[in-house]
Ligand binder design. Structure first.
Ligand code: SF4
Length: 102
């Protein structure tokens, strides 16, 4: 029988163990940021599916280099302060920059 893993994802080839590890890390991070278990698990699930769909370019702010201290440094309020982004929603954002990139 041919294993369905490894699979190609947005982050390159991943084994099932690696994907589960990423899922667990995301879930814990979302819980630390205020979601309950089910909400955090659900969002991590959506991201799992997103990672496997190479056409899906949605992101959450947690993946963005502009996301700091629960605020968005790229989109400013009219008072020139960091805005409060939709942190727990997969979305397309014109200002998104992947963490760790220049
Ligand atoms: S630039 Fe977009 S994706 Fe990045 S933190 Fe701001 S709202 Fe979120």
């Amino acid at each position: 029988m041919i294993s369905p893993f490894p699979k190609i994802t947005k982050q390159g080839w991943k084994t099932l163990d690696e994907m589960v590890e990423t899922h667990t890390k995301r879930q814990k991070a979302f819980q630390m940021a205020g979601l309950d278990y089910n909400e955090a698990f659900g969002l991590a699930e959506q991201m799992w599916e997103r990672d496997l769909d190479l056409q899906d370019d949605r992101r959450v702010c947690f993946e963005c280099k502009h996301y700091k201290d629960e605020k968005c440094e790229a989109i400013r309020t009219k008072f020139d302060r960091p805005s409060e982004p939709l942190r727990f929603i997969l979305q397309r954002c014109d200002f998104f920059k992947l963490k760790g990139t220049k």
